[in-house]
Ligand binder design. Structure first.
Ligand SMILES: Nc1ncnc2c1ncn2[C@@H]1O[C@H](COP(=O)(O)OP(=O)(O)OP(=O)(O)O)[C@@H](O)[C@H]1O
Ligand SMILES: [Mg+2]
Length: 450
């Protein structure tokens, strides 16, 4: 049976809430102060902690602080006055799963309790995925094992089960959309709709009714009720791509929807309650847009509850072999071929600066795949990459042209660097390099004992 601890200083509110939670099948404990809650928590770690933020002898934050490291096993829901949205957002940043505003909406609390049970089931799956990510160098559909990507996986698994808004930033082609999809897949909303809106691609005239819907007759041509993205995504996730491109007047409306948890259709009177998780993405500097007056600071603040910044590919060149092999494997699978990637070609890929990031790498591999007969060698890459390699002497690449003497030498360095990257694990190194274990052994024998 699931245990809940309700912490609230107003005895009436506490009684009502405890009863409600018990009705949902929880074993309920209560506390009316930070001190009382602390001693309760010493005795037992509840599955759910419902926490009023303002208490007579301190704040709910003091308790959240104590819980560092324990929130993995416990869902924390903070309860706050509507005026202190900022505190709720702060709590989400510090590991709370969700928040409720006062007066507590009973239907919302019930739905949340139901969801929390599901979030709890997700946690072990997420730790398993994290463990496998360390082993296999990929997390769900995301490939890469660089420290920078490990950090991304950590953030994704921390925030996915909660209902916090996430803002994904990073240069074009770094995988923002893939991260958004992964967040949805790993959330309790996975079975519900996931809708994508490209805010830069919608016509300003239509964007409002596309987002919020419209009532019949609300404008010429509106001959029937139209349910907008928010209503259609109910229970699921809405991905607002290129959020920086949203017109200012609409940003104000979006903010209102996020704060109220309800939409009003264009030309409509009554509002429709919605439960939608927002993931936004931008490859532009939103703080700069705010400074220019092109983006609302209060909306940014609201969206940025949990920011995830994706590193550019040149900052994680060690992920290039795994990514290139991953894309090649996909192509081989869909085309029924068995083409391979030569070590020399891989060495070239690792030296490129990749301004278009992973998307560019994917495209280059695809075109080289088409050109190559059986093995993708430097010649199949040449038409793609001519003029794209860094100038001699430029740093930041594992092997720079000035240092290169022969192809054999480039291969030797790549093999040794890959081996070092995998901590001497020959099986993993061979896999990343796309060669057999035997080939790797042969090369290493040639290189001698050092
Ligand atoms: N870590 C990764 N592992 C595997 N594939 C990836 C990874 N990152 C990106 N990709 C692939 O690269 C391509 C570009 O990624 P995505 O569309 O997510 O980029 P983006 O950051 O949204 O770019 P933009 O700002 O231009 O919209 C997609 O095909 C995606 O599947
Ligand atoms: Mg994108």
């Amino acid at each position: 049976m699931l245990h809940a601890l309700v912490v609230e200083d107003d005895e009436n509110a506490l009684g009502a809430m405890a009863e409600l939670v018990a009705d949902e099948g929880f074993v309920v404990e209560t506390a009316t102060s930070v001190r009382a809650a602390r001693s309760r928590l010493l005795v037992q770690t509840p599955d759910v902690l419902l926490l009023d933020l303002i208490l007579p002898d301190g704040t709910g934050f003091d308790l959240i602080q104590d819980l560092q490291g324990k929130t993995d096993r416990m869902e924390v829901v903070v309860i706050t006055g509507h005026a202190s949205m900022a505190t709720a957002i702060d709590a989400l940043r510090h590991g709370a799963s969700d928040y409720l505003t006062k007066p507590v909406d009973v239907a919302r609390l019930k739905r949340m309790l139901g969801n929390l049970a599901r979030s709890r089931e997700l946690r072990p799956r997420l730790s398993e995925l994290r463990r496998r990510a360390r082993e296999l160098g990929r997390f769900g559909a995301l490939v890469g094992s660089s420290p920078a990507m490990e950090q991304v996986y950590e953030l994704v698994s921390r925030v996915a089960p909660s209902s916090a808004s996430v803002l994904v930033t990073g240069e074009s082609g770094t995988g923002k959309e893939l991260v958004a999809e992964t967040l949805h897949q790993l959330s309790r909303r996975a079975g519900s709709p996931y809708l994508v809106i490209n805010c830069g691609a919608l016509s300003p005239a239509l964007i409002e009714s596309e987002l919020f819907g419209h009532e019949r007759g609300s404008f010429t041509g509106a001959d029937r009720i139209h349910r907008g993205y928010f209503e259609r995504a109910n229970g699921g996730t809405l991905f607002l791509d290129e959020i920086s491109e949203m017109p200012l007047d609409l940003q104000a409306k979006l903010l209102r929807v996020l704060e109220a948890g309800a939409v009003t259709r264009v030309g409509g009177e009554k509002s429709v309650e919605i439960d939608v998780r927002i993931i936004a993405a931008s490859n532009r500097d939103l703080d700069a847009r705010v400074a220019e007056g092109k983006f609302r600071g209060d909306l940014l603040y609201r969206l940025k509850v949990f920011p995830i910044d994706l590193p550019p590919l040149h900052a994680r060149a060690e992920d290039i072999p795994a990514l290139a092999h991953h894309f090649l494997r996909e192509l081989n699978r869909s085309e029924g071929t068995e083409k391979s990637l030569s070590t020399a070609a891989l060495a070239i890929l690792q030296r490129c600066p990749w301004p278009g990031n992973v998307r560019e790498l994917k495209n280059v591999v695809h075109r080289a795949f088409i050109l190559a007969e059986e093995e993708i060698g430097p010649s199949s890459l040449a038409p793609e990459l001519s003029g794209r390699l860094p100038q001699a002497g430029q740093t930041g690449s594992p092997t720079t042209p000035t240092e290169l003497t022969t192809l054999a030498e480039a291969e030797r360095r790549l093999i040794l660097a890959t081996l070092a990257h995998f901590g001497g694990d020959r099986r993993k190194a061979a896999q990343a390099l796309g060669v057999s274990l035997r080939t790797l052994y042969n090369r290493l024998r040639e290189y001698g004992p050092e």
